[in-house]
Design a binder for this molecule. Structure first.
Ligand code: ADP
Ligand code: NI
Length: 216
């Protein structure tokens, strides 16, 4: 395990994400990285692949690059090559970056590596609970979306293209994505954490609705 490689990756990612939207900034990466290591405590994984995948998974999120999903792969490959990482390991890391996303869930290969499953769980856990709520409103604000509109209903079962273009409300995003995540966790550890965070979101939604109706 090369500590220097991980250190260099941290420095590279921090620099690249300078000025990123707060929900997809270095601190999101740091949480996903730490959470991945925590989940991996009970699993037999290649820690280097896991950590590189976690650190690089949002290096160039397509939604901030006109939908281009190849930018992240190119930036990551160039970086890993500059660090003399073996081709075999580069492919394992790029596999994580390419397949982690919620919006691509219809297209992923069947045999997901354990490293991908864990980083995906960690990324999805950071999308729910208190932090998930905060990130979602931050992103909605960044896009200048409405928080809520009583007449705009959530759209379930959107295709990938519809999902990417969707200009719904932030509250709808809970029904379109966040509340679905607990059933998509791969590992037992993540399922347990997700169950608690899910309950917290339900409470939040109930309270939001109560205050919106001005029931005091
Ligand atoms: P992924 O990167 O896993 O495909 P998304 O792109 O859907 O997932 O979003 C990552 C996070 O960004 C979400 O968990 C949420 O916090 C925020 N986000 C994405 N789309 C929206 C939206 N339409 N409204 C509010 N928040 C959003
Ligand atoms: Ni992420």
């Amino acid at each position: 395990m090369s500590i220097i490689l991980i250190d260099n990756t941290v420095t590279f990612v921090k620099e690249k994400l300078e000025g990123a939207e707060a929900g997809h900034d270095w601190f999101h990466i740091e949480r996903v990285w730490k959470l991945s290591l925590k989940i991996a405590e009970n699993e037999n994984v290649d820690s280097e692949v896991l950590q590189l995948g976690a650190l690089l998974h949002d290096i160039a999120d397509a939604k901030f690059h006109n939908g281009d999903e190849t930018v992240a792969l190119k930036i990551s490959r160039d970086f890993l090559e500059s660090q003399n990482v073996s081709e075999e390991m580069i492919e394992q890391v790029l596999f994580i970056i390419q397949n982690i996303s919620f919006k691509n869930r219809g297209e992923v290969p069947e045999n997901l590596s354990l490293e991908l499953q864990i980083v995906q769980d960690a990324d999805r856990l950071d999308a729910i609970g208190a932090i998930g709520i905060a990130r979602t409103f931050n992103f909605g604000g960044f896009k200048n979306n409405l928080m809520y509109h009583p007449e705009i209903l959530p759209k379930l079962g959107m295709t990938k293209e519809e999902y990417k273009k969707s200009e719904g409300t932030t509250i709808n995003h809970f029904y379109e994505k966040l509340l679905l995540l607990k059933d998509l966790m791969n590992t037992e550890t993540a399922k347990k954490i997700a169950a608690e965070r899910h309950v917290f979101m339900l409470k939040f939604l109930e309270e939001f609705d109560r205050e919106w109706q001005v029931q005091v």
